[in-house]
Write a protein that binds this ligand. Structure first.
Ligand code: SF4
Length: 336
């Protein structure tokens, strides 16, 4: 039986970040304003465990939203120790955390290993120095290369996060970043399209016409190209698109940019659209039946049936079927 994977998230918004990246307001992006007290972590774990089916599940605790390894050591220890009783009783298998590439070193990795951390995610964002500089990241691509190397060498699972559409970014740069992530040995990735959040330095740039975010269509296209690189390399794509926080959903915190609640669905729709665009209608046929894997059916039909509608411009009748023997974007086509 396939094991299901769950991460119990604990957000520590912008804690210990040495710089404020020009696009970032973790409080608004994650909907978490308050930093949890150490004792609160076990309450968060218990609350989630009550809703997760324990059997056939891998459950991790994840610290996100800040620079975890920038916290004073005693604070890191207090947070990590909160998971200990759950790890000892087998309820939780380990800890994952996110941090900055310039806050990783051999000593901290020894410490994290001792405290059951299994996966380290680096907010790398781009592998192009000019993009990192324009985004106020305060680190270089070399920091990511060094940190990723140390993480892999010390036996941790490496996660890397990238952003699409940063200041100075291009489609080629995004493809370069994704290719580098694969070379660095990333096992997990997250892809976030950049949006302009209220109150960030990026808002000022946007208001003075010095920065223009990608359109939704451009962001979907770029992400779909990046997606192909990760998929081909067998990298686990954990997240595509921003978490739909309340402020983004109701538009209060969103100034501009390619935010969409179904961003991932749009990207997967685009990948299927690309495939279907290469289908040529044989002479004397008017119907098409397409078989796809069960979990790809909705994406193949497309967001709001957009792929089906495009095919209906060529064929009188278009039908989609599930074929249990297919996986990912494998498909069969029959013409009538
Ligand atoms: S390091 Fe991460 S959490 Fe901190 S300001 Fe930058 S993007 Fe935000």
């Amino acid at each position: 039986m396939k094991l299901r994977h769950f991460t119990i998230p604990v957000f520590i918004p912008m804690q210990a970040c040495p710089f404020r990246c020009i696009f970032c307001d973790q409080e608004k992006i994650s909907s978490h304003v308050k930093i949890p007290a150490f004792e609160e972590v076990s309450r968060i774990i218990d609350k989630h465990l009550a809703t997760i089916p324990i059997e056939n599940s891998i459950i991790e605790l994840g610290f996100f939203g800040g620079t975890f390894t920038g916290l004073p050591l005693h604070q890191q220890e207090a947070y990590l120790n909160a998971a200990k009783p759950y790890i000892e009783t087998g309820k939780i298998s380990g800890i994952r955390l996110s941090t900055r590439p310039d806050f990783i070193g051999e000593e901290i990795l020894i410490f994290l290993k001792k405290h059951d951390v299994k996966t380290i995610e680096l907010g790398a964002q781009s592998m192009k120095d000019e993009v990192l500089k324009k985004s106020g990241r305060g680190h270089k691509a070399d920091n990511t290369i060094t940190a990723a190397g140390m993480i892999v060498k010390n036996g941790f699972r490496l996660g890397l996060q990238m952003m699409i559409g940063l200041p100075g970014d291009t489609l080629d740069y995004s493809l370069f970043t994704a290719t580098k992530f694969v070379e660095l040995g990333a096992k997990d990735v997250r892809i976030y399209p950049l949006v302009v959040i209220k109150g960030t330095p990026l808002e000022k740039l946007y208001n003075s016409a010095k920065f223009m975010p990608l359109s939704l269509q451009e962001a979907v296209k770029t992400t779909s190209e990046v997606y192909k690189i990760f998929e081909a390399a067998g990298v686990n794509i954990i997240r595509t698109g921003l978490h739909p926080s309340e402020g983004l959903l109701n538009g209060e915190d969103l100034i501009a940019g390619p935010f969409h609640v179904s961003f991932k669905e749009l990207v997967l729709t685009e990948l299927w659209r690309d495939i279907f665009s290469k289908i040529h209608k044989p002479e004397n046929t008017s119907q098409i039946s397409i078989s796809v894997a069960v979990n790809e059916l909705n994406y193949a039909i497309g967001y709001q049936a957009s792929n089906k509608n495009v095919l209906l411009e060529k064929f009188k009748k278009v039908s989609f079927k599930i074929d249990e023997s297919l996986k990912n974007r494998e498909y069969h086509v029959n013409f009538y």
